[in-house]
Write a protein that binds this ligand. Structure first.
Ligand code: GLU
Length: 424
């Protein structure tokens, strides 16, 4: 086990407990029976695999990988693949369940899945990562495919990993199958707009949330935790919309500038040095401090459980938009609701990624590329449609946005399940 793995395992247990308790609340809201509840709570399939890795020095190390398909009532299983040292089955189960609700909520015709490999990609060469990816793909081959389960990037994986999965799968089938993954490089049938889609979606709902509270974009301040696949472009797009992004954190530290950071300059600094730390024209702050800044908008765009029982009462933002999956624990959720913080939940806020993954899959299956304008306008339409569905339902039933989003999603999955019937 890698250092930090026990803490990560605990976080995984927390994530799964929280996911189950969100589901239980939705089931109680709808008054569904115990059998329906149990069906929705269980993963449809779970696969744990050993991945022997030949290191560059010739030694062999055995890693563990997972693929969980939570539900496939509405279509093929869909969800990212995470490379992270402490990833375990409980975390992957929770993330797979959230994918089911996310796809249902945004009416993307998929079920939910997630994969993980317990590895720190920063400690491995590109050649080692390729071998791990190809072996993992070979092990999960029986349960993936364009009509079965379609992986995509998540923490620690990128378009190169998707290209290796696609190639390994295609070689095993004897023909090229671009629809087996999304988040591919453009040259292999990736979609325009996919790499920034999650961030675009985060910003669409963040601006809608600010509007709903009567906060002018140009007078608003924001703090962004995470400067990777989601946080970096979210900070850029917020700044382009006139919001002052006053603080940004990555895993190494955080920087703050009360007049707003120059995000393009910060991005260049990160490209050169690998971290936000040491960025000029800004003061260094602690990563945890960022979460407690008195800003209009807080975007946690890193990992699970960062807003928790320890710091929830000190969150001073007016709106929290969850770029990450599961950044707010259940206990913290209650504290934030009681103190009037508007939380836009992950299954809505970060759905832009899987929405454009769906567009990519449609394009791959039809061997036809859409223009960027088409991708972006369809993404905006779906994100804002989701925002309206959730806010309307929340107002009608006096629910938090998370409870409303989960209830709506659970209803759609249950409807699909009931219409198909229980077999045999
Ligand atoms: N990993 C992303 C998520 O958590 C994207 C999943 C996908 O595109 O399938 O939503």
């Amino acid at each position: 086990m890698t250092a930090g793995a026990p803490a990560a395992a605990e976080a995984g247990v927390q994530a799964l407990t929280d996911a189950h308790s969100q589901l239980a609340e939705a089931v109680a809201f709808h008054g569904y029976d115990e059998g329906t509840h149990a069906t929705l709570a269980a993963s449809r399939r779970e696969l744990t695999v050993s991945i022997p890795l030949r290191r560059d020095d010739g030694s062999v190390e055995v890693l563990t990988g997972y693929r969980v398909q939570h539900n496939i009532s509405r279509g093929p299983a869909k969800g990212g693949l995470r490379y992270s040292p402490g990833v375990g089955l409980d975390e992957v189960r929770a993330l797979a369940m959230w994918m089911t609700w996310k796809c249902a909520l945004l009416d993307v015709p998929y079920g939910g899945a997630k994969g993980g490999v317990a590895i720190d990609p920063r400690l491995h060469s590109r050649a080692e990562l390729e071998r791990v990816t190809r072996r993992y793909t070979t092990e999960i081959l029986p349960i993936i495919g364009p009509q079965h389960d379609i992986p995509a990037p998540d923490i620690g994986t990128d378009e190169n990993v998707m290209a290796w999965i696609m190639d390994t799968y295609s070689v095993s089938k004897g023909h090229t199958v671009p629809g087996v993954v999304t988040g591919k490089p453009l040259s292999l049938g990736g979609s325009l707009g996919r790499s920034s889609a999650t961030s675009r979606g985060v910003v669409h709902v963040a601006l809608a949330a600010l509007d709903s509270l009567g906060i002018e974009h140009r007078a608003a301040t924001a703090a962004v935790q995470g400067f990777g696949k989601v946080g970096r472009d979210a900070a850029r797009f917020l700044q382009q919309a006139g919001v002052a992004v006053v603080a940004v954190a990555d895993q190494y530290g955080a920087v703050h500038a009360s007049g707003g950071l120059d995000i393009e300059a910060l991005a260049r600094h990160v490209d050169e040095t690998g971290s936000v730390v040491g960025f000029g024209n800004a003061e260094p702050i602690e990563g945890d401090e960022l979460l407690e800044l008195a800003v209009d908008l807080l975007v946690p765009a890193a990992v699970e459980g960062v807003i928790n029982a320890q710091n929830a009462s000190r969150i001073a933002a007016r709106v929290v938009v969850e770029g990450a999956n599961g950044p707010t624990t259940r206990e913290a959720d209650r504290v934030l609701a009681d103190s009037g913080v508007l939380v836009v939940p992950d299954i809505l806020a970060n759905a832009g990624g899987v929405i454009v993954s769906y567009f990519e899959w449609v394009q791959s299956n039809q061997s036809f590329r859409w223009g960027l304008d088409e991708v972006e306008s369809r993404l905006a339409e779906r994100m804002l449609g989701g925002w309206h569905d959730v806010t309307r339902f929340a107002t009608q039933h006096d629910l938090t946005l998370r409870a409303a989003a989960t209830a709506l999603a659970v209803q759609r999955v249950t409807e699909a399940h009931r219409q198909r019937g229980l077999y045999p």
